[in-house]
Design a protein around this ligand. Structure first.
Ligand code: ARG
Length: 296
């Protein structure tokens, strides 16, 4: 059985896109709150609504399931309100899970739980030496890994990542504290390259320094450049299966840009989780199995 399904395009001018079945790791935000501040979005003085966070998270979970994706769950740990942002729990390709080493002490206790989950679920785990926040800062784009630095993951982690996976790592420097992880400023739209080996990305140009912007323009001349407005509502923190792109309902212009390229934007609102500085992609860690497939 094939794990892909072709969808008809809306108009002949729009490229045909293909949805690819994905496997994701998520964590129910049972202990979600904002009790400390490690990014500009977090305001501990404003009370949070944990039940609302759980309901919104559930809608994201259910949207993935309805699209036919597999969702694995890791148990939430009391005292670790940011564990819902599983993207930071590691980076997984070919069944190899490179573990996280969190920058701030508030999240460091999550790392052993993620490593234990990978081990218990049959992944080949690699414990990191260098500070890195997993798929929050590392995104697989075809053959290369795009890797963010500037706020969380270090440049040394990019070198370590290259050694672990034996792939080219393209370092990108983030400069706006609101966009402190790569996945807040850049989305990979094609989990699987097209017949010509290409993948589309979308990004917020102002979140990067000049050299990184030039590198992105050179490598991805056809990329979607998102507007400041769509970036500011975490529009780039989106999850794509190659056709369906789960995206914030506030990123109206970005949704239109996606439609023009033949993608199907699916709106899911995670407003309560945005108060921790995370959105759709932050709550989603991709589990790429052996031979590049989506299952381990
Ligand atoms: N409060 C969390 C932190 O600052 C949010 C993490 C968001 N995750 C992400 N992949 N961008 O670490």
């Amino acid at each position: 059985m094939s794990d892909t399904a072709s969808r008809p395009t809306e108009s002949a001018a729009r490229p045909q896109r293909t949805a690819h079945k994905r496997r994701y790791l998520m964590c129910r935000p049972e202990h979600f709150t904002v009790s400390y501040s490690i990014n500009p979005w977090m305001e501990p003085s404003r009370p949070t609504d944990t039940a609302l966070a759980v309901r919104q998270w559930q809608a994201l979970h259910d949207a993935y399931r309805e699209l036919g994706h597999e969702v694995e769950l890791i148990d939430p740990l009391p005292g670790y309100p940011d564990m819902v942002y599983t993207a930071n729990g590691g980076f997984v390709i070919d069944g190899i899970a490179y573990g996280p080493k969190f920058r701030y002490v508030e999240r460091q206790g999550e790392a052993p739980a993620f490593i234990a989950w990978f081990r218990a679920n049959g992944f080949d785990t690699r414990e990191p030496e260098e500070v890195n926040e997993g798929e929050g800062d590392f995104l697989l784009a075809g053959d290369v890994i795009l890797a963010g630095t500037g706020f969380r993951s270090t440049g040394d982690s990019h070198a370590e990542l290259g050694r672990v996976f034996g792939r080219e790592v393209v370092s990108l420097t983030l400069v706006d504290p609101r966009f402190y992880h790569l996945d807040t400023a850049l989305a990979v739209l094609d989990p699987v390259p097209d017949a010509d080996g290409r993948v589309n990305i979308a990004y917020l140009p102002s979140a990067f320094d000049d050299a990184s912007r030039a590198e992105l323009e050179r490598r991805f001349p056809d990329a979607i450049r998102a507007s400041e407005e769509d970036g500011a509502v975490f529009g780039l923190n989106a999850a794509s299966d190659g056709f369906n792109v789960i995206v914030s309902p506030r990123a109206v212009g970005f949704a239109e840009q996606l439609r023009e390229r033949g993608y199907n934007p699916v709106a899911v609102d995670l407003s309560e989780l945005l108060r921790g500085g995370g959105g759709i992609k932050c709550c989603t860690l991709e589990l790429r199995g052996a031979a590049g497939g989506s299952a381990a």
